[in-house]
Write a protein that binds this ligand. Structure first.
Ligand code: NAD
Length: 466
Protein backbone atom coordinates (compact mmCIF):
# COMPACT_ATOMS: atom_id res chain seq x y z
CA UNK A 1 0.00 0.00 0.00
CA UNK A 2 1.44 3.38 -1.00
CA UNK A 3 1.55 6.35 1.38
CA UNK A 4 -1.28 8.05 -0.53
CA UNK A 5 -3.41 4.89 -0.41
CA UNK A 6 -2.73 4.63 3.30
CA UNK A 7 -3.96 8.22 3.87
CA UNK A 8 -7.02 7.56 1.65
CA UNK A 9 -7.90 4.42 3.64
CA UNK A 10 -7.74 6.42 6.87
CA UNK A 11 -10.00 9.08 5.34
CA UNK A 12 -12.40 6.38 4.08
CA UNK A 13 -12.63 5.08 7.63
CA UNK A 14 -13.67 8.55 8.85
CA UNK A 15 -16.05 9.00 5.89
CA UNK A 16 -17.75 5.71 6.77
CA UNK A 17 -19.14 7.24 9.97
CA UNK A 18 -20.30 10.38 8.18
CA UNK A 19 -23.13 11.05 5.77
CA UNK A 20 -21.18 12.46 2.82
CA UNK A 21 -22.20 11.80 -0.79
CA UNK A 22 -19.82 9.69 -2.88
CA UNK A 23 -19.17 12.55 -5.31
CA UNK A 24 -18.33 15.04 -2.59
CA UNK A 25 -16.11 12.49 -0.83
CA UNK A 26 -14.18 11.98 -4.09
CA UNK A 27 -13.88 15.75 -4.55
CA UNK A 28 -12.47 16.10 -1.04
CA UNK A 29 -9.97 13.24 -1.35
CA UNK A 30 -8.42 13.98 -4.73
CA UNK A 31 -5.62 16.45 -5.45
CA UNK A 32 -6.83 19.65 -7.09
CA UNK A 33 -3.67 20.35 -9.12
CA UNK A 34 -0.23 18.81 -9.51
CA UNK A 35 2.87 20.40 -10.97
CA UNK A 36 5.90 18.36 -11.99
CA UNK A 37 9.00 20.28 -13.04
CA UNK A 38 12.31 19.21 -14.47
CA UNK A 39 15.01 21.86 -14.68
CA UNK A 40 18.73 22.02 -15.39
CA UNK A 41 21.30 23.64 -13.10
CA UNK A 42 25.00 24.01 -13.85
CA UNK A 43 27.03 22.49 -11.03
CA UNK A 44 30.83 22.87 -11.24
CA UNK A 45 30.73 23.15 -15.04
CA UNK A 46 28.38 20.17 -15.50
CA UNK A 47 24.64 20.35 -16.15
CA UNK A 48 22.45 18.39 -13.71
CA UNK A 49 18.70 17.93 -14.14
CA UNK A 50 16.47 18.03 -11.04
CA UNK A 51 12.87 16.85 -10.66
CA UNK A 52 10.42 18.46 -8.27
CA UNK A 53 6.70 18.53 -7.50
CA UNK A 54 4.13 20.76 -5.89
CA UNK A 55 0.66 19.35 -5.28
CA UNK A 56 -2.29 21.50 -4.32
CA UNK A 57 -4.71 19.18 -2.62
CA UNK A 58 -7.49 21.59 -1.77
CA UNK A 59 -8.36 25.20 -2.48
CA UNK A 60 -11.55 25.35 -0.40
CA UNK A 61 -9.54 27.94 1.51
CA UNK A 62 -6.72 30.02 0.06
CA UNK A 63 -3.78 30.09 0.08
CA UNK A 64 -2.97 26.40 -0.02
CA UNK A 65 -0.23 25.72 2.51
CA UNK A 66 2.42 23.10 3.05
CA UNK A 67 6.11 22.38 3.36
CA UNK A 68 8.76 21.71 0.76
CA UNK A 69 10.81 18.59 1.26
CA UNK A 70 14.34 17.91 -0.06
CA UNK A 71 15.18 14.19 -0.11
CA UNK A 72 16.06 11.44 -2.55
CA UNK A 73 12.96 9.52 -1.46
CA UNK A 74 10.62 12.30 -2.64
CA UNK A 75 8.12 11.16 -5.27
CA UNK A 76 4.72 12.21 -6.55
CA UNK A 77 2.76 9.70 -4.43
CA UNK A 78 4.44 11.03 -1.28
CA UNK A 79 3.87 14.68 -2.22
CA UNK A 80 0.17 14.01 -2.93
CA UNK A 81 -0.28 12.16 0.37
CA UNK A 82 1.44 14.93 2.32
CA UNK A 83 -0.63 17.61 0.54
CA UNK A 84 -3.83 15.76 1.51
CA UNK A 85 -2.69 15.53 5.15
CA UNK A 86 -2.14 19.30 5.10
CA UNK A 87 -5.78 19.92 4.07
CA UNK A 88 -7.11 17.80 6.95
CA UNK A 89 -4.62 19.26 9.42
CA UNK A 90 -5.45 22.89 8.59
CA UNK A 91 -9.19 22.20 8.85
CA UNK A 92 -8.74 20.38 12.17
CA UNK A 93 -6.85 23.20 13.89
CA UNK A 94 -8.91 26.00 12.33
CA UNK A 95 -6.19 27.42 10.13
CA UNK A 96 -7.97 28.93 7.10
CA UNK A 97 -5.74 27.37 4.44
CA UNK A 98 -6.08 24.66 1.80
CA UNK A 99 -3.51 21.87 1.72
CA UNK A 100 -0.41 21.66 -0.43
CA UNK A 101 3.04 20.06 -0.37
CA UNK A 102 6.17 20.17 -2.48
CA UNK A 103 9.29 18.15 -2.89
CA UNK A 104 12.56 18.11 -4.75
CA UNK A 105 14.36 14.88 -5.48
CA UNK A 106 17.81 15.73 -4.14
CA UNK A 107 20.35 14.69 -1.52
CA UNK A 108 21.17 18.06 0.08
CA UNK A 109 24.26 16.63 1.80
CA UNK A 110 25.95 16.20 -1.60
CA UNK A 111 25.88 19.91 -2.50
CA UNK A 112 27.64 23.01 -1.21
CA UNK A 113 25.71 25.96 0.19
CA UNK A 114 26.24 27.87 -3.08
CA UNK A 115 24.90 24.97 -5.13
CA UNK A 116 21.87 24.57 -2.84
CA UNK A 117 21.11 28.26 -3.22
CA UNK A 118 21.31 28.06 -7.01
CA UNK A 119 19.07 24.96 -7.12
CA UNK A 120 16.54 26.40 -4.65
CA UNK A 121 16.28 29.71 -6.50
CA UNK A 122 15.73 27.87 -9.79
CA UNK A 123 13.08 25.58 -8.24
CA UNK A 124 11.34 28.66 -6.78
CA UNK A 125 11.22 30.28 -10.22
CA UNK A 126 9.60 27.14 -11.61
CA UNK A 127 6.95 27.16 -8.86
CA UNK A 128 6.23 30.90 -8.88
CA UNK A 129 6.03 31.38 -12.63
CA UNK A 130 3.69 28.40 -12.96
CA UNK A 131 1.24 29.67 -10.33
CA UNK A 132 2.35 27.36 -7.48
CA UNK A 133 3.86 29.97 -5.17
CA UNK A 134 2.42 33.31 -4.10
CA UNK A 135 1.09 34.90 -0.88
CA UNK A 136 -2.48 34.61 -2.19
CA UNK A 137 -2.54 31.11 -3.65
CA UNK A 138 0.23 28.80 -2.45
CA UNK A 139 2.64 29.35 0.43
CA UNK A 140 5.48 26.89 1.18
CA UNK A 141 7.23 26.28 4.51
CA UNK A 142 10.14 24.11 5.70
CA UNK A 143 9.92 20.32 5.88
CA UNK A 144 12.36 17.41 5.89
CA UNK A 145 15.71 18.62 4.48
CA UNK A 146 14.76 22.30 4.30
CA UNK A 147 14.79 25.11 6.85
CA UNK A 148 15.01 28.87 7.33
CA UNK A 149 17.91 29.12 4.88
CA UNK A 150 15.93 27.69 1.95
CA UNK A 151 12.85 29.77 2.88
CA UNK A 152 15.00 32.94 2.81
CA UNK A 153 16.26 32.12 -0.70
CA UNK A 154 12.71 31.36 -1.85
CA UNK A 155 11.18 34.60 -0.60
CA UNK A 156 14.05 36.60 -2.05
CA UNK A 157 13.61 34.94 -5.45
CA UNK A 158 9.86 35.61 -5.37
CA UNK A 159 10.51 39.28 -4.44
CA UNK A 160 12.76 39.76 -7.47
CA UNK A 161 10.27 38.07 -9.79
CA UNK A 162 7.29 40.10 -8.53
CA UNK A 163 8.69 43.36 -7.09
CA UNK A 164 5.30 45.05 -7.22
CA UNK A 165 3.64 42.50 -4.96
CA UNK A 166 3.44 44.50 -1.74
CA UNK A 167 2.83 41.24 0.17
CA UNK A 168 5.82 39.37 -1.26
CA UNK A 169 7.13 38.64 2.23
CA UNK A 170 4.04 36.45 2.89
CA UNK A 171 4.85 34.17 -0.07
CA UNK A 172 6.80 31.76 2.18
CA UNK A 173 6.68 31.01 5.93
CA UNK A 174 9.33 29.61 8.23
CA UNK A 175 11.70 32.46 7.26
CA UNK A 176 14.48 33.77 9.52
CA UNK A 177 13.11 36.44 11.90
CA UNK A 178 15.20 39.20 10.31
CA UNK A 179 13.49 38.44 6.99
CA UNK A 180 9.87 38.60 8.14
CA UNK A 181 9.77 35.33 10.07
CA UNK A 182 7.72 35.24 13.27
CA UNK A 183 9.26 34.56 16.67
CA UNK A 184 8.77 30.94 17.71
CA UNK A 185 8.26 29.44 14.22
CA UNK A 186 11.57 27.56 14.24
CA UNK A 187 10.56 25.48 17.26
CA UNK A 188 6.77 25.71 16.67
CA UNK A 189 6.15 22.11 15.60
CA UNK A 190 8.14 20.78 18.57
CA UNK A 191 6.50 23.21 20.99
CA UNK A 192 3.09 22.32 19.54
CA UNK A 193 3.87 18.67 20.27
CA UNK A 194 4.64 19.56 23.88
CA UNK A 195 1.39 21.56 24.19
CA UNK A 196 -0.55 18.71 22.56
CA UNK A 197 0.88 16.03 24.86
CA UNK A 198 0.38 18.23 27.93
CA UNK A 199 -3.29 18.56 27.00
CA UNK A 200 -3.56 14.78 26.56
CA UNK A 201 -2.07 14.26 30.04
CA UNK A 202 -4.62 16.69 31.54
CA UNK A 203 -7.29 14.03 30.84
CA UNK A 204 -6.62 11.23 33.30
CA UNK A 205 -9.21 8.88 31.74
CA UNK A 206 -7.39 9.07 28.39
CA UNK A 207 -4.02 8.58 30.10
CA UNK A 208 -5.31 5.52 31.99
CA UNK A 209 -6.86 4.10 28.81
CA UNK A 210 -3.38 4.22 27.29
CA UNK A 211 -2.04 2.19 30.22
CA UNK A 212 -0.22 5.10 31.87
CA UNK A 213 -0.85 7.42 34.79
CA UNK A 214 0.29 10.74 36.17
CA UNK A 215 1.83 13.50 34.12
CA UNK A 216 4.48 13.75 31.43
CA UNK A 217 7.23 13.95 34.07
CA UNK A 218 9.44 10.87 34.09
CA UNK A 219 7.82 9.29 31.02
CA UNK A 220 10.31 7.30 28.95
CA UNK A 221 10.53 8.47 25.33
CA UNK A 222 12.11 6.83 22.30
CA UNK A 223 12.67 9.46 19.60
CA UNK A 224 13.30 8.76 15.92
CA UNK A 225 14.86 11.69 14.03
CA UNK A 226 16.60 14.48 15.93
CA UNK A 227 15.97 17.17 13.30
CA UNK A 228 13.86 20.28 13.65
CA UNK A 229 10.75 18.56 15.02
CA UNK A 230 12.33 15.71 17.00
CA UNK A 231 15.00 17.89 18.60
CA UNK A 232 12.73 20.78 19.58
CA UNK A 233 9.94 18.53 20.90
CA UNK A 234 12.25 16.36 22.98
CA UNK A 235 14.45 19.15 24.32
CA UNK A 236 11.46 21.35 25.26
CA UNK A 237 9.77 18.44 27.07
CA UNK A 238 13.06 17.39 28.74
CA UNK A 239 13.61 20.93 30.08
CA UNK A 240 10.04 21.90 30.93
CA UNK A 241 8.21 18.62 31.66
CA UNK A 242 11.00 16.35 32.90
CA UNK A 243 10.57 13.59 30.31
CA UNK A 244 13.33 10.96 30.03
CA UNK A 245 14.61 10.26 26.50
CA UNK A 246 16.01 6.73 26.70
CA UNK A 247 16.81 6.23 23.00
CA UNK A 248 17.45 8.35 19.93
CA UNK A 249 17.32 6.80 16.47
CA UNK A 250 19.07 8.65 13.68
CA UNK A 251 20.04 7.81 10.12
CA UNK A 252 23.39 6.26 11.13
CA UNK A 253 21.95 4.10 13.94
CA UNK A 254 20.60 4.53 17.45
CA UNK A 255 21.92 5.34 20.93
CA UNK A 256 20.36 4.03 24.12
CA UNK A 257 20.73 4.97 27.77
CA UNK A 258 17.96 3.87 30.15
CA UNK A 259 18.98 6.54 32.65
CA UNK A 260 18.17 9.22 30.08
CA UNK A 261 20.06 11.02 27.31
CA UNK A 262 20.97 14.70 27.30
CA UNK A 263 19.09 15.68 24.13
CA UNK A 264 20.92 18.98 23.64
CA UNK A 265 24.32 17.30 24.03
CA UNK A 266 23.34 14.61 21.49
CA UNK A 267 22.17 17.30 19.06
CA UNK A 268 25.43 19.24 19.39
CA UNK A 269 27.39 16.02 18.93
CA UNK A 270 25.36 15.26 15.78
CA UNK A 271 26.02 18.71 14.34
CA UNK A 272 29.78 18.18 14.82
CA UNK A 273 30.11 14.53 13.83
CA UNK A 274 27.18 14.10 11.42
CA UNK A 275 25.59 11.23 13.37
CA UNK A 276 25.00 9.65 16.77
CA UNK A 277 27.65 6.91 16.57
CA UNK A 278 30.32 7.39 19.21
CA UNK A 279 28.21 9.56 21.52
CA UNK A 280 29.62 8.97 25.03
CA UNK A 281 27.56 7.41 27.86
CA UNK A 282 25.26 5.51 25.54
CA UNK A 283 25.09 2.11 23.86
CA UNK A 284 25.24 2.35 20.08
CA UNK A 285 23.14 0.11 17.77
CA UNK A 286 23.86 0.16 14.05
CA UNK A 287 20.37 -1.08 13.14
CA UNK A 288 18.27 1.85 14.36
CA UNK A 289 14.98 0.37 13.19
CA UNK A 290 15.23 -2.37 15.88
CA UNK A 291 15.32 0.34 18.57
CA UNK A 292 11.86 1.49 17.46
CA UNK A 293 10.70 -1.71 19.17
CA UNK A 294 12.36 -0.86 22.49
CA UNK A 295 10.08 -0.80 25.52
CA UNK A 296 9.04 2.76 26.42
CA UNK A 297 6.05 4.87 27.46
CA UNK A 298 5.97 7.12 24.40
CA UNK A 299 7.45 6.39 21.00
CA UNK A 300 7.91 9.59 18.99
CA UNK A 301 8.68 8.99 15.31
CA UNK A 302 9.93 12.37 13.99
CA UNK A 303 11.70 11.48 10.74
CA UNK A 304 9.52 10.30 7.87
CA UNK A 305 6.48 8.25 6.90
CA UNK A 306 5.57 4.54 7.15
CA UNK A 307 8.25 3.66 9.72
CA UNK A 308 5.65 1.74 11.75
CA UNK A 309 4.08 -0.68 9.33
CA UNK A 310 2.49 -4.13 9.19
CA UNK A 311 5.93 -5.79 9.59
CA UNK A 312 6.98 -4.19 12.87
CA UNK A 313 3.63 -3.07 14.39
CA UNK A 314 3.30 -6.37 16.26
CA UNK A 315 6.62 -5.76 18.01
CA UNK A 316 6.18 -2.10 18.98
CA UNK A 317 6.54 -1.90 22.75
CA UNK A 318 5.18 1.56 23.59
CA UNK A 319 1.98 2.66 25.29
CA UNK A 320 1.53 5.74 23.13
CA UNK A 321 2.78 6.67 19.66
CA UNK A 322 3.15 10.44 19.43
CA UNK A 323 3.13 11.11 15.69
CA UNK A 324 5.61 13.92 15.22
CA UNK A 325 6.40 13.03 11.59
CA UNK A 326 3.73 13.03 8.91
CA UNK A 327 2.26 9.58 8.28
CA UNK A 328 4.68 7.54 10.45
CA UNK A 329 2.05 4.81 11.01
CA UNK A 330 0.56 3.05 7.98
CA UNK A 331 -3.14 2.22 7.75
CA UNK A 332 -2.42 -1.49 8.29
CA UNK A 333 -0.17 -0.81 11.29
CA UNK A 334 -2.82 1.49 12.74
CA UNK A 335 -5.26 -1.45 12.89
CA UNK A 336 -2.69 -3.77 14.49
CA UNK A 337 -1.73 -1.17 17.10
CA UNK A 338 -5.36 -0.49 17.95
CA UNK A 339 -5.99 -4.19 18.53
CA UNK A 340 -2.95 -4.29 20.80
CA UNK A 341 -4.25 -1.32 22.82
CA UNK A 342 -1.46 1.02 21.73
CA UNK A 343 -2.77 4.57 21.44
CA UNK A 344 -1.80 6.72 18.44
CA UNK A 345 -2.00 10.47 18.86
CA UNK A 346 -2.32 11.41 15.20
CA UNK A 347 -0.02 13.60 13.11
CA UNK A 348 -2.88 15.76 11.80
CA UNK A 349 -3.26 17.03 15.36
CA UNK A 350 0.09 16.55 17.08
CA UNK A 351 2.45 18.12 14.54
CA UNK A 352 0.07 20.93 13.54
CA UNK A 353 2.10 23.50 15.52
CA UNK A 354 4.19 24.27 12.44
CA UNK A 355 1.26 25.29 10.27
CA UNK A 356 -0.48 27.08 13.14
CA UNK A 357 2.52 29.35 13.66
CA UNK A 358 3.02 29.62 9.88
CA UNK A 359 -0.51 31.03 9.82
CA UNK A 360 0.53 33.60 12.45
CA UNK A 361 3.60 34.45 10.36
CA UNK A 362 1.49 34.90 7.22
CA UNK A 363 -0.95 37.19 9.08
CA UNK A 364 1.99 39.17 10.54
CA UNK A 365 3.45 39.55 7.04
CA UNK A 366 0.16 40.76 5.57
CA UNK A 367 -0.26 43.29 8.38
CA UNK A 368 3.36 44.42 7.88
CA UNK A 369 3.80 44.70 11.62
CA UNK A 370 5.16 42.46 14.35
CA UNK A 371 2.74 41.11 16.94
CA UNK A 372 2.70 43.05 20.20
CA UNK A 373 4.11 46.28 18.75
CA UNK A 374 0.96 48.28 19.56
CA UNK A 375 0.01 46.73 22.88
CA UNK A 376 3.17 45.58 24.69
CA UNK A 377 3.82 48.82 26.61
CA UNK A 378 0.14 49.32 27.40
CA UNK A 379 0.06 45.77 28.74
CA UNK A 380 3.14 46.54 30.83
CA UNK A 381 1.58 49.78 32.16
CA UNK A 382 -1.60 47.95 33.19
CA UNK A 383 0.58 45.49 35.12
CA UNK A 384 2.46 48.31 36.88
CA UNK A 385 -0.84 49.99 37.78
CA UNK A 386 -2.26 46.73 39.15
CA UNK A 387 0.85 46.15 41.28
CA UNK A 388 0.76 49.76 42.56
CA UNK A 389 -2.96 49.57 43.39
CA UNK A 390 -2.47 46.27 45.25
CA UNK A 391 0.51 47.62 47.23
CA UNK A 392 -1.30 50.84 48.15
CA UNK A 393 -4.46 49.04 49.24
CA UNK A 394 -2.71 46.34 51.29
CA UNK A 395 0.36 48.27 52.40
CA UNK A 396 2.47 45.23 51.46
CA UNK A 397 5.24 44.84 48.85
CA UNK A 398 4.73 42.29 46.06
CA UNK A 399 7.80 39.96 45.79
CA UNK A 400 10.16 40.87 42.91
CA UNK A 401 9.56 37.67 40.91
CA UNK A 402 5.76 38.12 40.97
CA UNK A 403 6.14 41.86 40.25
CA UNK A 404 8.23 41.04 37.16
CA UNK A 405 5.67 38.52 35.93
CA UNK A 406 2.76 40.93 36.43
CA UNK A 407 4.48 43.88 34.76
CA UNK A 408 5.75 41.97 31.74
CA UNK A 409 4.00 43.16 28.56
CA UNK A 410 3.27 40.35 26.10
CA UNK A 411 5.81 40.35 23.27
CA UNK A 412 5.61 38.50 19.95
CA UNK A 413 6.91 35.20 21.33
CA UNK A 414 4.44 35.27 24.24
CA UNK A 415 1.56 35.93 21.87
CA UNK A 416 2.63 33.26 19.38
CA UNK A 417 3.05 30.63 22.08
CA UNK A 418 -0.25 31.56 23.68
CA UNK A 419 -2.04 31.21 20.32
CA UNK A 420 -0.28 27.91 19.67
CA UNK A 421 -1.15 26.52 23.10
CA UNK A 422 -4.79 27.56 22.72
CA UNK A 423 -5.06 26.01 19.24
CA UNK A 424 -3.56 22.70 20.38
CA UNK A 425 -5.72 22.49 23.51
CA UNK A 426 -8.92 23.28 21.62
CA UNK A 427 -8.15 20.78 18.87
CA UNK A 428 -7.52 17.96 21.36
CA UNK A 429 -10.66 18.79 23.33
CA UNK A 430 -12.71 18.61 20.12
CA UNK A 431 -11.08 15.32 19.12
CA UNK A 432 -11.76 13.66 22.46
CA UNK A 433 -15.33 14.91 22.55
CA UNK A 434 -16.04 13.37 19.10
CA UNK A 435 -14.40 10.14 20.28
CA UNK A 436 -16.55 10.13 23.43
CA UNK A 437 -19.84 11.20 21.90
CA UNK A 438 -19.85 9.31 18.60
CA UNK A 439 -20.24 5.56 19.29
CA UNK A 440 -18.89 4.75 15.81
CA UNK A 441 -15.58 6.48 16.56
CA UNK A 442 -13.12 4.62 18.76
CA UNK A 443 -9.76 6.25 18.06
CA UNK A 444 -8.23 9.73 17.98
CA UNK A 445 -7.22 9.57 14.31
CA UNK A 446 -10.74 8.84 13.05
CA UNK A 447 -12.13 11.50 15.39
CA UNK A 448 -9.62 14.06 14.05
CA UNK A 449 -10.47 13.26 10.43
CA UNK A 450 -14.22 13.33 11.17
CA UNK A 451 -13.83 16.90 12.44
CA UNK A 452 -11.71 17.91 9.42
CA UNK A 453 -14.06 16.36 6.87
CA UNK A 454 -17.14 17.93 8.47
CA UNK A 455 -15.52 21.37 8.24
CA UNK A 456 -14.41 20.87 4.63
CA UNK A 457 -17.84 19.52 3.62
CA UNK A 458 -19.63 22.51 5.11
CA UNK A 459 -17.20 24.84 3.37
CA UNK A 460 -17.90 23.10 0.01
CA UNK A 461 -21.66 23.15 0.57
CA UNK A 462 -21.78 26.75 1.81
CA UNK A 463 -19.74 28.12 -1.07
CA UNK A 464 -21.28 25.79 -3.65
CA UNK A 465 -19.47 23.22 -5.80
CA UNK A 466 -19.07 24.24 -9.43
P1 NAD B 1 14.56 17.52 9.49
O1 NAD B 1 15.19 17.32 8.17
O2 NAD B 1 14.87 18.75 10.26
O3 NAD B 1 14.83 16.27 10.47
C1 NAD B 1 14.69 14.95 10.10
C2 NAD B 1 15.66 14.14 10.94
O4 NAD B 1 15.45 12.75 10.65
C3 NAD B 1 17.13 14.45 10.64
O5 NAD B 1 17.83 14.63 11.84
C4 NAD B 1 17.59 13.20 9.88
O6 NAD B 1 18.98 12.95 10.05
C5 NAD B 1 16.73 12.14 10.51
N1 NAD B 1 16.65 10.93 9.70
C6 NAD B 1 16.76 10.78 8.36
N2 NAD B 1 16.69 9.50 8.01
C7 NAD B 1 16.52 8.80 9.15
C8 NAD B 1 16.38 7.42 9.45
N3 NAD B 1 16.42 6.49 8.49
N4 NAD B 1 16.22 7.06 10.73
C9 NAD B 1 16.18 7.98 11.71
N5 NAD B 1 16.32 9.30 11.49
C10 NAD B 1 16.49 9.71 10.22
O7 NAD B 1 12.98 17.39 9.22
P2 NAD B 1 11.80 17.93 10.12
O8 NAD B 1 11.40 19.25 9.63
O9 NAD B 1 12.14 17.73 11.56
O10 NAD B 1 10.64 16.92 9.70
C11 NAD B 1 10.53 15.62 10.27
C12 NAD B 1 9.11 15.11 10.06
O11 NAD B 1 8.18 16.03 10.65
C13 NAD B 1 8.68 14.96 8.61
O12 NAD B 1 7.78 13.89 8.50
C14 NAD B 1 7.93 16.25 8.34
O13 NAD B 1 7.00 16.13 7.28
C15 NAD B 1 7.23 16.44 9.68
N6 NAD B 1 6.82 17.82 9.98
C16 NAD B 1 7.70 18.84 9.95
C17 NAD B 1 7.25 20.13 10.27
C18 NAD B 1 8.19 21.30 10.35
O14 NAD B 1 7.74 22.39 10.77
N7 NAD B 1 9.46 21.18 10.02
C19 NAD B 1 5.90 20.35 10.57
C20 NAD B 1 5.03 19.26 10.59
C21 NAD B 1 5.49 17.99 10.29
Amino acid sequence: MSFKQSVDFMINKALSVLDVSKGLAEAIKGCNAILEVRFPVEIDGKVEVFTGWRATHSTHRLPAKGGIRYATSVNLDEVEALAALMTYKCALVDVPFGGSKGGLNIDPSKYSREHMEKITRRFTRELATKGFLSPATNVPAPDLGTGQREMAWMVDTYKHLFPEDINYIASVTGKPTNLGGVMGRLEATGRGLAFGLREFFRHSTDVRAAGLDGELEGKRFVVQGLGNVGFNASSIMSDEDGIKVTAIIEKDGAIVNDLGLDVKAVHEYMLESGGVEGFPDAKYHRDGSKVLEKECDILMPAAFESVINKENAVRINAKIIAEAANGPVTFEADGILRERGIVCIPDAFLNAGGVIVSYFEWVRNLSHMRFGRMEKRLDELRGVQTVRAFEELTGKKIPTQIRQELTHGADELDLVNSGLDDSMRLAFQQIRSVKELNPKVSDYRTAAFVISIEKIVSSYLDSGVY
